[in-house]
Design a protein around this ligand. Structure first.
Ligand code: FE2
Length: 374
């Protein structure tokens, strides 16, 4: 059953006010090459760099930006450290979901006193451009949340990073901001993480889907959407459910070897232009059968976009009480069937595309079957 509760603006009561997603950091096997992929395929620009040339001895980090989305790609320079162990176990994946806060020390105190496990004790980083205060707590699997306070900093990214200019210039594909980041958790773990977001971080469960909403002939999953007070930050959580065959969440857990981030949804103001460009640059997306588009108008009513163009690009549409949304999902962006991206354009709708779940999951299952994992 679907239930939707809207976020409120009760930030005065919010013990963990968040101003949005600061950055997302991936641990990857080869950050130099991954950064080329995110620039050439997804339209990010080179922003900052830290590594041996800046006095960092154990890693290299490349910072990319497109409008309000900042990605950090970090690779280890030696075996045996936290980063290389992370990659050995998980493959390339998301390590850090960094959140913008007004007070990183207070954010740490408020969350750890409510039961969060510390990951990074509060600290202050300084350089000629000012200071950044940061702290961090553990999340599901090996994933973490960092709290970043940068109101007294004018530098390019963080102290320790230098500006990175590249002769390879890329053009934005129109990705604007992070809409939501979804985590996959293990069997029976859903409530643990719903409780974590409610009690430790002051979030609310604004939307729930059970296995009756999200099931195909073969497999099923459950999902709950957690939102902070002002609705700037949303973290849906998925748990596998019993089905005839292995669900996509189980496949993820098997190949990521733990709980972790399943997908990052990035918003655009013009999904047709964005997806046309992404496809031209080689980004691979899931496809849905032509029959999806035959039933579309009956299901969602009239929309501004031409159905033939949506069909050609395999863009999905769903409607809720407030409007509609357009979305589509990439195939996994690494060889393990783990992390993928969602491209989303909201035209009023604040939900997550429930009407597309069936078509979408059947598409995912076709891919799973090709991998021998269904
Ligand atoms: Fe999503």
């Amino acid at each position: 059953m679907e239930t939707l509760t809207k976020p409120t603006n009760a930030t005065d009561k919010d013990f963990l006010p968040l101003n949005g997603t600061d950055y997302i950091e991936f641990y990857v096997g080869n950050a130099k090459q991954a950064s080329y992929f995110y620039r050439s395929a997804f339209g990010f620009s080179a922003l900052a760099y830290a590594g041996p040339e800046t006095g960092v001895r154990d890693r290299a980090s490349y910072v990319l930006r497109q409008n309000k989305i900042t990605l950090v790609l970090t690779t280890p320079l030696h075996p045996g450290n936290e980063i290389s162990q992370h990659i050995e176990k998980h493959g390339d994946g998301v390590k850090v979901l960094a959140l913008m806060v007004d007070d990183a020390y207070k954010s740490f105190d408020e969350t750890t006193k409510r039961g969060a496990t510390a990951y990074l004790q509060p600290k202050t980083l300084k350089d000629d451009n000012g200071e950044v205060r940061m702290s961090g707590i553990q999340l599901y699997g090996d994933t973490v949340h960092l709290f970043i306070e940068r109101k007294n900093y004018k530098g390019i990214f963080l102290p320790g990073y230098k500006a990175w200019t590249s002769t390879f210039e890329t053009k934005s594909v129109g990705l604007k901001h992070v809409d939501h980041c979804v985590g996959n958790v293990g069997w029976g773990e859903m409530n643990t993480w719903v409780d974590f977001y409610e009690k430790v971080m002051g979030f609310r469960n604004i939307l729930s889907f059970d296995d009756k909403d999200i099931s195909t002939e073969y497999s099923a999953l459950m999902s709950k959407v957690m939102s902070n007070g002002n609705g700037y930050v949303k973290f849906p959580i998925n748990e596998p459910a019993e089905g005839k065959k292995k669900s996509q969440i189980e496949e993820y857990l098997e190949f990521y070897h733990s709980q972790g981030v399943q997908h990052i949804a990035m918003a655009t103001d013009n999904i047709i232009e964005t997806v046309t460009e992404l496809r031209k640059r080689g980004v691979e997306f899931l496809s849905v059968p032509d029959s999806y588009y035959e039933e579309l108008t009956a299901r969602v009513g009239s929309i501004d976009e031409e159905i033939q163009i949506l069909k050609k690009l395999n863009i999905l549409v769903d409607r809720d009480d407030e409007g509609y949304l357009l979305q589509l999902f990439s195939k996994p962006v690494e060889d393990r069937p783990t992390l993928f991206f969602e491209i989303i354009q909201r035209k009023g709708a604040q939900s997550f595309g429930k009407g597309n779940f069936k078509a979408l999951f059947e598409s995912i299952e076709r891919e799973q079957e090709l991998r021998g994992n269904l």
